[in-house]
Design a protein around this ligand. Structure first.
Ligand SMILES: Cc1cc2nc3c(=O)[nH]c(=O)nc-3n(C[C@H](O)[C@H](O)[C@H](O)COP(=O)(O)O)c2cc1C
Length: 476
């Protein structure tokens, strides 16, 4: 009898900047982060990820600066904290050209740029990469981003998800509905390149967008790129249940992670999907070496470079924790200073002391999905994540570029392979969607909301919005 073991999906977590999430580390000897503006860096990282048989390189993105802490943008500039920051979509063709199988997950926001141009750019990438792209759908959380696009302040959180829902509706119409599979006939004898009966406008007319179409790009292998999303909110979960195929799930304990997964699956089923139509991924921190002692020494080495200032800038902390006594509680300080428990709530609890919050930052304590140890210990832990927590994969956090990826490839991959937990080769010519799901088809499943537009008649009937507009209060 053969037992089916769940295999780990791995994305290398990247961003085209010096300091993405582990701040200060760019100063560590041998770290290559400062090369992010060189083409050679991206070619090297892509080849490395493909050597490791990773599912994809996953590129984060923001479109404003972290300007809420200390002296604002100046602090972020000093740290290289997500500024300077290159456009991630532009990196994909170069990396695709030097790889055959590696996938690319790219972040793009639904809040500021209209959907038609993005549909075209993403479809171009799907064509050029032969179906190797995914899209991380974000609605953006920086006020500074809103100001870059002509707004005074952020659009309220839940309203951003309502806009995103319509944005996706437009994209599905363009990607799934506007072109038939056999539209290009390329017939020299008849002089017909594209059959006009196989291409149609979408004539979308909704509260936020009016798009006539037709789509400008003929379908790539996936049509719709694999849809990624990270969320922690109720509106975000509802959005994921309708749209997302890969969800970044949070949770500090196994129980919390399992509950988040179960809740998302239940909502997906309510949307007519199967529970396993969604894959669940976490951001994981792994520091490894051949002995436990060496792994711990490596962690100590990394910690020397870590910037607490960077972490506070990134958290958009309302107060500078370093200025308060270690035993003071964060909630009490905020009350005394008359500051709301806003951004800090993403990382800290009000009853937490300053000392514990600073320790949490400085020790790299990333909670449940953080492990330091020998390859065997790391592999044991990963097996628990797969089987007990119920996740499907990780975004590998890079402490040191390329050391983190190199260690994972040289030390962890062979152990996982030996245990039947990791692929030993790519399946040639598979799309990113086929790699992530067992359905064996490159397109969105028929149960997915977006597939409805394969029926041209569906383009004429307005879709039911996920969030009725009147449920939003401006204060949310
Ligand atoms: C692994 C991971 C990657 C993320 N990448 C980005 C990103 O690149 N750009 C961005 O604007 N937000 C990013 N986010 C934040 C999410 O888009 C989202 O704002 C956050 O998960 C909170 O969800 P909510 O808006 O539903 O409350 C990321 C979150 C996680 C967990």
């Amino acid at each position: 009898m053969t037992t089916h073991l769940k295999q780990l999906h791995v994305n290398l977590f990247e961003m085209a900047c010096v300091s993405h999430i582990v701040h200060g580390m760019w100063r560590a000897p041998g770290n290559n982060r400062h090369r992010f503006g060189d083409m050679s860096y991206w070619l090297e990282v892509a080849k490395l990820a493909e050597e490791g048989l990773f599912d994809a390189i996953f590129l984060a993105d923001v479109i404003g600066t972290y300007d809420r802490f200390g002296d604002g943008t100046a602090a972020a500039l000093r740290e290289g904290l997500q500024i300077p920051n290159l456009d991630p979509l532009m990196l994909v063709p170069a990396m695709a050209a030097v790889t055959k199988n590696l996938g690319f997950g790219v972040t793009f926001s639904t809040t500021y740029e209209p959907p038609f141009a993005f549909a075209r750019r993403m479809a171009t990438l799907d064509l050029l990469t032969d179906g190797r792209v995914g899209w991380n759908i974000v609605t953006s959380y920086l006020r500074s981003a809103a100001r870059n696009f002509g707004l005074e302040d952020e659009i309220p959180h839940d309203q951003r998800y309502a806009i995103a829902d319509e944005y996706l509706d437009v994209l599905y119409k363009l990607w799934e509905g506007s072109w038939d599979e056999d539209a290009i006939v390329n017939n020299v004898a008849s002089g017909i390149y594209t059959n006009p009966d196989s291409v149609r406008p979408i004539n979308h007319d909704g509260p936020n967008f009016r798009v006539a179409g037709p789509h400008l790009v003929s379908p790539g292998r996936q049509r719709t790129p694999v849809l990624f999303q990270a969320t922690g909110s109720a509106a975000g979960l509802e959005f994921a249940a309708r749209h997302a195929e890969v969800v970044f799930i949070g949770g500090q304990t196994t129980e919390a992670v399992r509950e988040n997964i179960a809740r998302t699956r239940a909502r997906a089923r309510a949307h007519g999907r199967n529970g396993d139509d969604i894959r669940f991924i976490v951001m994981a921190g792994i520091v490894t070496d051949t002995t436990q002692r060496m792994a711990e020494r490596k962690l100590e080495k990394y910690r020397q470079y870590y910037s607490v200032e960077g972490a506070l800038i990134h958290a958009q902390a309302e107060i500078d924790l370093r200025r308060y006594p270690a035993d003071a509680r964060i909630g009490d300080i905020l009350k005394r200073e008359g500051v709301a428990f806003g951004n800090m709530g993403r990382r800290f609890r009000p009853e937490q002391t300053v000392g514990s919050a600073l320790h949490q930052i400085a020790s790299f304590d990333e909670g449940r999905f953080f492990v330091v140890g020998t390859p065997e210990k790391v592999a044991d832990e990963i097996e628990q994540w797969l089987d007990i927590d119920g996740i499907d994969g990780i975004n590998l956090r890079q402490y040191h570029t390329f050391e983190t990826a190199r260690d994972f490839i040289d030390l962890i991959v062979p152990v996982l392979q030996q245990r039947g937990r990791y692929r030993t080769a790519y399946t040639p010519h598979e799309t990113l969607r086929e790699r992530l799901f067992t359905s064996g088809q490159p397109h969105l499943p028929n149960r997915h909301f977006g597939s409805r537009y394969r029926d041209p008649d569906a383009l004429k009937a307005p879709a039911e919005p996920l969030f009725p507009q009147e449920t939003f209060s401006k204060a949310s």
